[in-house]
Design a binder for this molecule. Structure first.
Ligand SMILES: Cc1cc2nc3c(=O)[nH]c(=O)nc-3n(C[C@H](O)[C@H](O)[C@H](O)COP(=O)(O)OP(=O)(O)OC[C@H]3O[C@@H](n4cnc5c(N)ncnc54)[C@H](O)[C@@H]3O)c2cc1C
Length: 442
């Protein structure tokens, strides 16, 4: 691992993400065009960076914190997500043995703490982001999906977590589609408008935190102070927190360990009154698939339907427009299978967003170099996990201690990947295989 003076690849997202494009009000932030001094410079305003900057500001009110984001705040991966803020450990089906139970508890405690921090901020600062604590519905469309939900229920029983089984009729009544054979309502998750959340978080920082957007870090030089170069400015920072997810590779960190990949979503226009009536005038809902490569779906607060599925290796963490267009057709097929009566309702937006995986599922958290810290590689569950990792990173930088911080510090780090071509081929093969296995869950 080493520091690079030049960051060779920068994020670049299109303007076709429904969440950012349909924001009721848009916050804007300055672009850095000067030299500024900071005690800590946080690079990357996704969930991890936003939580890290906020917590640093709270814990060290006399210090100056600068948060820089390469793109418009809210149009990066955090704002492009599906808006499920998940409280439970990600892979609940991983097992019911003693070790699995302990890991489930640890991960759930982390996620819940992240969710709690978000809730406190959203309520305390009055952030309008359609915060809806009605939970997530796990839906099964096939016998295999139902078997997976049985495993899920067993894991929830073992962890003494509450849930509610939903039969075919109850699913249809809640969702407005008879596509699903059965489901499970897991009550702790929160549904939200992710771009509104991200913008709201950035706009309500403590006074000692300054936020810059359209301000990519194009070079990082280690020293005292560290020099964070941007196209038109410079941050001289005593300490740096790197919260750029898979882009950490372009800063020279874990270049041979992080797997950049992407997932994709499409959203309809607003449904009119007649179309909503065809659904049965149901309340907004969020559904996650019984198979991990199935479709996540939402009926949003403003009455649009969202379909998200498909993963792919994302070279240079970039979204290829041809891939987005191809997958929009696959979203369409999933949509029409579930909502045949809404077959005339077009998608208004289709988009992709970059994620970061590691082969062994481990994140990067803590020290990278003297005075340079990192929290990245969220392995897909970024809203709550990114938030808690960013918050705990700030607490580490501020010299605090806690049980959760020790849990985070106890995790291993990503293991090394085979050469890039082999990784890419392997990931692509595996994604196709699992997509096929998802069958009608997709
Ligand atoms: C379509 C889709 C649906 C998803 N749905 C969900 C969901 O429902 N629930 C959930 O929990 N997760 C979901 N995710 C995953 C979630 O979005 C990510 O895990 C999360 O955004 C990771 O947070 P982060 O802060 O680590 O990184 P990011 O959100 O990726 O933030 C990193 C930021 O760093 C910035 N950056 C990179 N390089 C530089 C640089 N050189 N200079 C300055 N800034 C830089 C990037 O622009 C970016 O904004 C979804 C993702 C996608 C794409």
């Amino acid at each position: 691992m080493r520091i690079v003076s030049r960051v060779s690849v920068l994020p670049k997202n299109d303007r076709n993400c429904a969440w950012a494009e349909t924001l009721a009000t848009k916050e804007s932030f300055a672009t850095l065009r000067d030299t500024v001094d900071a005690d800590v410079c946080v690079i990357g305003a996704g969930y991890a960076g936003l939580a890290c900057a906020r917590r640093l500001g709270e814990l060290m009110p006399e210090r100056r914190i600068v948060l820089i984001e390469a793109e418009e705040i809210g149009n990066g991966p955090a704002g492009r997500s599906s808006g499920f803020a998940i409280d439970l450990a990600y892979d609940v089906r991983a097992g019911t043995g003693e070790d699995a139970r302990a890991e489930f508890k640890a991960q759930t405690a982390l996620n819940r703490s992240g969710l709690g921090y978000l809730e406190q901020t959203v309520q305390g600062r009055g952030i309008a982001c359609d915060w809806d604590p009605s939970g997530k519905i796990h839906g099964a469309a096939t016998p295999e999906g139902e078997a997976a939900l049985d495993d899920f229920a067993a894991a929830l029983d073992a962890a003494q977590e509450p849930y509610q089984r939903l039969d075919r009729d109850q699913m249809a009544a809640r969702l407005g589609t008879s596509y699903y054979r059965s489901g499970i309502l897991a009550p702790g998750a929160v549904l939200l408008q992710p771009a509104a959340l991200v913008q709201g978080l950035a706009a309500t920082m403590p006074d000692n935190v300054t936020v810059f957007e359209n301000t990519p870090c194009v070079g990082l030089t280690k020293g005292a102070p560290h020099l964070v170069q941007t196209p038109q400015g410079l941050v001289r920072a005593k300490e740096v927190a790197l919260t750029v997810n898979s882009h950490a590779r372009y800063f020279g960190f874990y270049a041979k360990h992080l797997i950049p990949f992407a997932t994709y979503g499409s959203m309809t226009r607003v449904l009119n009154r007649d179309e909503l009536a065809l659904l049965g005038d149901v309340a907004p809902w969020g559904l996650v698939p019984a198979h991990p490569f199935g479709s996540s779906l939402r009926l949003t607060n403003d009455n649009r339907l969202l379909v998200r599925h498909s993963y792919g290796y994302a070279a240079r963490s970039a979204i290829n427009p041809a891939t987005t267009a191809r997958l929009a057709k696959a979203h369409r097929a999933s949509f029409e299978a579930r909502f045949p009566k809404l077959g005339d309702v077009p998608f208004e937006y289709s988009w992709g967003g970059a994620l970061c995986l590691s082969r062994n599922g481990m994140p990067v958290f803590g020290d990278l170099e003297p005075g340079i810290f990192g929290a990245f590689c969220m392995n897909g569950v970024g809203i709550t996990r990114g938030t808690i990792m960013g918050k705990l990173l700030a607490e580490k930088i501020a010299g605090r201690d806690s049980d959760l911080l020790r849990v985070m510090m106890g995790y291993g780090r990503p293991n090394r990947l085979p050469p890039q071509l082999i990784t890419r081929a392997g990931v692509t093969y595996e994604m196709h295989r699992r997509t096929r296995a998802a069958g009608r869950e997709r």
